[in-house]
Design a protein around this ligand. Structure first.
Ligand code: ADP
Ligand code: MG
Length: 142
């Protein structure tokens, strides 16, 4: 059964992500679905900081840079697949190396392109509920 949570501010979503991070163990792929502005990057800030890989304010949207890497030994990757349309595009990200060693890989717009990996997945869906309210649904990993 899917778990659902409602948040009422960006801060609350970040806090939720920090707590959710305790449930993540590398190697794992975290897929963040949801429209523009639904809070994927805001949630990623919480996950990355909850994993102890970077401070919240260091986590910014990888929209233009495509992939950000945080952490020293335990790596956390955060990528945005919004502009990825083909295997060739995907390869330009250099994500193959990412999957060579256990890490936490957070992907925004995973429906744009599905990376080929056997890693366990956790799917989180974000939805606008009007104003600053958002629903976060944990669609159990498979
Ligand atoms: N409850 C909430 N959760 C997440 N973001 C919120 C919330 N309420 C308002 N916001 C605002 O919505 C925007 C979400 O942007 P962002 O996280 O970049 O979304 P996405 O990565 O999905 O495009 C931010 O400006 C954030 O401050
Ligand atoms: Mg984003």
């Amino acid at each position: 059964m899917a778990e659902e949570f409602i948040t009422h501010s960006a801060e609350e979503t970040t806090r939720w992500g920090r707590e959710f991070a305790a449930r993540l163990k590398a190697p794992v792929l975290v897929l963040l679905s949801g429209e523009l502005g639904s809070g994927k990057t805001t949630l990623a800030k919480g996950i990355v900081s909850g994993l102890g890989a970077a401070a919240e304010e260091e986590v910014t949207s990888p929209t233009f840079t495509l992939v950000h890497v945080y952490g020293r030994e335990a790596k956390v990757y955060h990528a945005d697949l919004y502009r990825i349309e083909s295997q060739a595009d995907f390869e330009t990200l250099g994500l193959e190396e990412v999957f060579a060693a256990p890490a936490v890989v957070i992907l925004e717009w995973p429906e744009r392109f599905a990376p080929r990996t056997e890693w366990p997945q956790v799917r989180l869906r974000l939805e606008h509920l009007g104003g600053d309210a958002r629903r976060i649904t944990v669609l159990s990993g498979e």
